[in-house]
Design a protein around this ligand. Structure first.
Ligand code: NAG
Length: 487
């Protein structure tokens, strides 16, 4: 009798624990029964931009969805943030499709439209990650309803800057808020381990100097805290996008991990193997003649784990040969011997407009419009750069201004001491100088340094007003939405 009671108690407490981690979904039960691994795999995929000049970010994210799908992940466990203005964009030569490789298949097919258009927001992303369905505004309402045994994969592709990742809507995703969300998720005990892959300029700055240890989170980023990340498969480059495309099709770090994942047996390939392979391809065989420094953060001890835990397993790869690691001295099948020619993430839109311009028929409206867009984009960039330079000189003197704004802290240090200050500085700037835009994110380091110098937002607002009134292009009104791309 006592034994029976004890069993009943154990069963009940087990149930209670089950409820604690959220209601067991049918998929969770299935995968538990299959006995392949404990827990469920979840993924959150985010393309942070919009506009045809940023084709590649949404192409990366659609491709990632196909990789996970082939790996056996269920659609209800993959949450996609995609502005969704590419497949049917008037400049798309093959309407209704998106490709992520010059000879690649359509990766748009079947991609769930959980959060599209203006529903692609920081608050929805964070709410989805935390499983807070009630905090979601718009979209499908799909959230990471994970339990303590589950594995979560987050992949993000877009523009970035020091301490921030872009979003197609304002505000951007700031490092402090992202870290806060990760801590909250960890404290809730609703995952076993998490892997984050980030592609953006200066993406290392999202975690540089921040403590991620002992949270069971492992991160790799496309670049370190002080460099651009790179677009690839661009028109007229090696390897080139097909002639009919005026825009880059992918990003170097992103296609490196996905093209690797597709040909490997992910039961055998570890996170570390993939890190080494991606790092080599993203840096032109570790020569850094092109590309960027792929970085690792967080719980690096997790890297002995097979990728299957996060990306699943495609039975078609059962007999794949073992991954060829760069340190073996042999060449990985995916690495071309010639350096891949790449375009700075921030110049992707200029590249697009220039190609659109020169290819358009002489005297056509298309040519005139592309030319106007190109000039406006360059003017706007000059306006931003000039305004920031002036702000630096007004705050720190004409001699010290430029160096104070561009100063980089030593490796391992956080780039800004006060995350709220960074947000307030951007707002103070925007109040007089217009939207910072994605190109303007290159000045995030300057905002961080202004914060670190102890300058307050009021002072910044008055200085910005002065600088932007002086700036030659200050009077130009900027409509990123109207021209159909974000700088
Ligand atoms: C945002 O989500 C709502 C609710 O699902 C939907 O009705 C609306 O069309 C979405 N907006 C955009 C721009 O996708």
């Amino acid at each position: 009798m006592a034994l029976l009671l004890l069993t009943a108690l154990l069963v009940l407490s087990g149930l209670a624990q089950g409820w604690d981690g959220g209601i067991l979904m049918p998929t969770e039960k299935e995968s538990k029964l299959s006995g392949k691994e404990e827990g469920v795999r979840w993924a959150v995929l985010v393309a942070g931009s919009y506009g045809y000049g940023n084709y590649r970010h949404q192409a990366d994210v659609c491709h990632a969805y196909q990789v996970l799908k082939k790996g056996g992940m269920k659609e209800e466990n993959i949450i996609v943030f995609l502005y969704d203005d590419i497949a049917h964009h008037p400049d798309n030569p093959h309407p209704g499709t998106i490709i992520n490789h010059p000879h690649g298949p359509n990766v748009y097919h079947g991609v769930p439209k959980d959060y599209t258009g203006r529903n692609v927001t920081v608050s929805n992303f964070i709410a989805a990650l935390l499983g807070e369905k009630e905090a979601i505004k718009g979209g499908s309402g799909k959230v990471v309803n994970s339990g303590p045994e589950d594995h979560i994969f987050i992949y993000y592709s877009d523009h970035g800057g020091v301490g921030a990742l872009g979003m197609p809507t304002t505000p951007h995703l700031y490092a402090g808020d992202f870290l806060e969300a990760l801590k909250k998720k960890h404290a809730a005990g609703t995952f076993k381990e998490m892997v984050i892959y980030l592609e953006a300029c200066e993406s290392g700055s999202m975690f540089e100097g921040l403590s991620l240890e002992d949270m069971n989170i492992y991160v790799t980023t496309a670049s370190n805290a002080e460099e651009s990340s790179w677009a690839t498969y661009c028109p007229g480059m090696v390897p080139s996008a097909p002639f009919e495309y005026d825009t880059c099709l992918g990003d170097l770090y992103s296609v490196a991990w996905m093209e690797d994942a597709e040909i490997q047996n992910l039961k055998k390939e570890t996170l570390r193997d993939q890190y080494l392979i991606v790092k080599s391809r993203t840096s032109n065989h570790n020569t850094y003649k092109a590309g960027s420094h792929v970085m690792q953060y967080g719980d690096v001890h997790m890297t002995a784990e097979p990728l299957e835990l996060y990306l699943g397993f495609d039975p078609a790869t059962e007999d794949a040969t073992d991954p060829v690691l760069p340190e073996s001295g042999r060449t990985n099948t995916l690495e071309t011997r010639a350096p891949e020619v790449v375009v700075n993430q921030r110049d992707g839109d200029l590249h697009y407009l220039w190609h659109k311009y020169w290819k358009a028929r002489e005297g056509s409206t298309r040519k005139a419009e592309a030319g106007m867009d190109l000039v406006r984009t360059i003017n706007h960039r000059m306006h931003l750069d000039k305004s920031m330079d002036l702000i630096g000189k007004l705050l720190f003197g004409s001699e010290n201004g430029p160096s104070r704004l561009s100063a980089v802290r030593p490796r391992g240090q956080v780039s800004v001491d006060d995350w709220d200050c960074l947000k307030n500085m951007v707002r103070a700037f925007e109040s007089s100088c217009g939207e910072l835009t994605q190109y303007g994110m290159k000045h995030m380091r300057a905002f961080a340094n202004i914060c670190n110098a102890g300058i307050d937002a009021t002072k910044m607002a008055t200085t910005s007003a002065e600088a932007c009134a002086l700036s030659a292009f200050g009077s130009e009104v900027w409509h990123p939405v109207k021209t159909g791309f974000s700088a």
